[in-house]
Design a protein around this ligand. Structure first.
Ligand code: NDP
Ligand code: GDR
Length: 323
């Protein structure tokens, strides 16, 4: 019998790549689909898997809908990727972010406890938990210091998962994932904003790129690599938490330089600093230590930042030239 997985956030970047990975492994894949007024399944279409997954209407803020979804698909594994995930928006919508990103995780944990306590549970934790980083290189033992309503909501979700593991024996794992990107990244996140602008500028459809703090540093990997780590965590004998990162950090400026250079342009001729994109509290520098994941999960990031940037610029050039 094929294993069954339920993915919340299946219409997001990671949800789409994870669904593809699990389908390739022979899983029956279900997804919780939050109702919107316009279609949100473009990523599943892009990967050619929309017809291969089963979508169940539901919302993380509506526990009754989660209970119904769990009863309908009786999953072996649950991946909680659904969230209001854009850090900048979390200052404008802190309560919504707390409800979807924080309480949403507790809603699903509680539903799992009541409906299918033997199912394995993955929580999408984040390097934003480290925020104002207390150690130069962050690992599973680095103290947390979130810097945004998003980070605070994720901290609640993270500890709720650990608490349900310790209190009720739920097989819950937290993947503390550092930034990961792809051609399917939402357009408002900085890497995709840059690669989309590079494509538009190269094709004569845009003149400048307005950015905020380009000295911020992130440990950037490829989403397609990172979803494999999520699955591996749930295949271990015991539930545990893991940092998933590349072990290399670069600034937004470095990333811009790479993307513009790839099409033969100099970023300094196009990037304009706009205070509008500065954050209320910034996370200056993140750098993850993936040693535990390498040792226990036998997982390692496969894609370099250079390869990632090329992949994203190529996809945006293709997309923009079709428009
Ligand atoms: P996206 O923003 O691309 O996807 C978020 C998903 O959550 C979408 O499918 C969205 O649905 C869904 N969603 C939002 N609100 C609700 C709700 N109330 N009920 C049900 N579903 C909802 O995020 P990513 O794919 O990039 O990230 C996946 C997860 O991993 C998120 O939890 C994110 O916070 C976390 N994370 C991401 C990292 C990254 O670098 N990408 C790093 C570390 C953690 P819709 O399409 O309808 O809006
Ligand atoms: P982040 O990603 O906040 O790290 O969260 P984002 O790409 O939004 O920002 C990264 C850094 O770039 C700086 N920056 C800008 N950011 C955006 N979006 N737009 C700009 O114009 C801009 N200019 C500079 C930011 O200030 C920041 O320092 C992502 C999300 O996927 C989270 O859900 C996830 O948890 C973390 O990564 C790990």
């Amino acid at each position: 019998m094929a294993k069954k997985a339920l993915i919340t956030g299946i219409t997001g970047q990671d949800g789409a790549y994870l669904a593809q990975h699990l389908l390739n492994l022979g899983y029956d894949v279900y997804g919780l689909l939050a109702r919107r007024s316009t279609p949100t399944t473009w990523r599943l279409e892009y990967l050619g898997i929309l017809d291969n997954v089963r979508l169940i209407d539901g919302d993380l803020t509506d526990m009754a809908s989660i209970v119904r979804a769990l009863l309908e698909c009786t999953p072996d594994e649950i991946y909680n990727l659904g969230a209001q995930s854009f850090v900048a928006t979390s200052w404008a919508q802190p309560i919504l972010t707390a409800n979807a990103t924080g309480m949403g995780a507790l809603n699903i944990l509680e539903a799992v406890r009541q409906v299918c306590p033997d199912a394995k549970f993955y929580q999408a934790s984040t390097s934003e938990l480290f925020g104002k980083a207390q150690e130069t290189i962050q690992s599973e033992t680095t103290p947390f210091y979130p810097r945004s309503p998003y980070g605070v909501a994720k901290l609640f979700a993270h500890w709720s998962t650990i608490n349900y593991r310790e209190s009720f024996g739920i097989f819950g794992c937290c993947g503390i994932l550092f930034n990961h990107e792809s051609p399917l990244r939402g357009i408002e996140f900085v890497t995709r904003k840059v690669t989309d602008a590079v494509a538009r500028i190269k094709l004569g459809k845009q003149n400048e790129l307005r950015l905020g703090n380009i000295d911020a540093m992130r440990d950037w990997g490829f989403s397609g690599d990172y979803v494999k780590a999520m699955h591996l965590m749930l295949q271990q004998e015991k539930p545990d938490d893991y940092v998933i990162a590349t072990g290399r950090t670069a600034s937004v400026r470095d990333m811009c330089k790479l993307a513009f250079e790839y099409v033969g342009l100099d970023y300094q001729d196009y990037v304009v600093i706009d205070p509008k994109f500065y954050r209320q509290a910034e996370v200056d520098r993140l750098l993850g230590n993936p040693a535990k994941a390498e040792r226990v999960l036998n997982w390692k990031a496969q894609t370099t930042l250079e390869e990632l940037v090329k992949m994203m610029v190529d996809a945006d050039l293709e997309r923009v030239s079709r428009q």
